[in-house]
Design a protein around this ligand. Structure first.
Ligand SMILES: [Zn+2]
Length: 319
């Protein structure tokens, strides 16, 4: 069946396709959409619906950014690239999403090697035609501009991302799969902001509960629980944070007693705190069927936003 037809039919069949019954079709406020065209997302977590999408593969091309003289504090090697490809595919393959190495090469530029932002790198690479048109282009500077603490940068539905070579570009690093998750339409588990100061998503997962807001707050996904940004001490369900509430993660175990705005305690398993789109020290790396469905709906249904993504799709994968 053609994808467009499937997307169209689903918009009518949604209540029967969702694994939690009686979920009404969610209408999103324009102001909340951040131009992501939320109306195409069903909020489904149904594995049968996920399995109905064709498996998909994307090309990815890596650009090591050396100093102007061609040297680097830590040059990107084939082993680095191969390791990152394994990290990406270990996270995405269980959901029918594959990444193929298109190639890699180098650019020599002192200003971009260490001390630029993702946006400066991206603009330079576009202006100088250092973009592979049928691939996601991953730029790998040694370091970012001073004060830019994140390991990677990108934006929703983009074809470019940047990852820090200094410590974030290696096998088992979650940075590259995380940024690819954003490209394919996923928000952070704690919400759209980068820091998650205020967690508005409620714990309840009962769509009949008046406090249910899993599809309109946080990451807009039902099967990722409400959770804080564990790297931000201000990021708790109740703001301001009461003095007797705290939260941390040790060996992927959530330790804490924080609550959402209704006073309901957060309930988080090691699988939850290892979500690829969260901010945690946990080394687990996974995402949920609900997130995979949002990715597939980005690819196959979000026609207003998926143009760049479709350009990176391989032409060869058959079911
Ligand atoms: Zn992020």
């Amino acid at each position: 069946m053609k994808r467009q037809t499937l997307c169209f039919i689903l918009s009518f069949c949604l209540p029967w396709l969702n694994s939690f019954a009686q979920l009404p079709r969610i209408k999103f406020q324009k102001a909340e959409s951040y131009n992501s065209n939320e109306s195409v997302y069903t909020g489904s977590v149904n594995p049968d619906y996920l399995a109905s999408f064709e498996p998909v593969a994307f090309n990815i091309y890596f650009w090591g950014i050396n100093r102007g003289d061609g040297t680097s504090e830590k040059p990107m090697t084939y082993n680095d690239v191969e390791g990152v490809m394994r990290s990406i595919n270990e996270v995405f393959n269980p959901h029918g999403i594959y990444f193929v190495l298109k190639g890699y090469s180098y650019v020599n530029n002192d200003a971009l090697n260490s001390g630029a932002t993702h946006w400066q790198i991206r603009d330079y690479m576009q202006q100088n035609k250092h973009i592979v048109s049928d691939a996601f282009n991953c730029f790998v500077p040694y370091d970012f501009k001073e004060g830019a603490s994140a390991n990677g940068w990108t934006e929703l539905f983009s074809k470019t991302l940047s990852i820090r070579m200094k410590w974030a570009f290696n096998y088992k690093s979650k940075s590259t799969p995380h940024e690819l998750g954003h490209i394919l339409g996923l928000y952070h588990t704690f919400g759209k902001s980068g820091n998650g100061d205020i967690i508005k998503e409620h714990v309840t997962r009962n769509p009949d509960d008046p406090n249910y807001n899993a599809l309109t707050e946080g990451d807009y996904i039902h099967d990722t629980p409400a959770m804080p940004n564990f790297f931000n001490p201000k990021s708790f369900g109740t703001v301001p944070k009461p003095p007797n509430q705290d939260a941390s993660v040790v060996d992927c175990i959530y330790i804490g007693n924080i609550t959402d705005e209704q006073g309901t305690p957060f309930v988080l398993t090691p699988y939850d705190v290892g979500n690829i789109m969260g901010y945690t020290p946990c080394k687990n790396a996974n995402f949920t069927p609900g997130q995979a469905i949002r990715i597939m709906e980005t690819i196959y249904c979000n026609e207003a936003k998926n143009k760049s993504i479709l350009e990176a799709k391989t032409k060869t994968l058959k079911k």
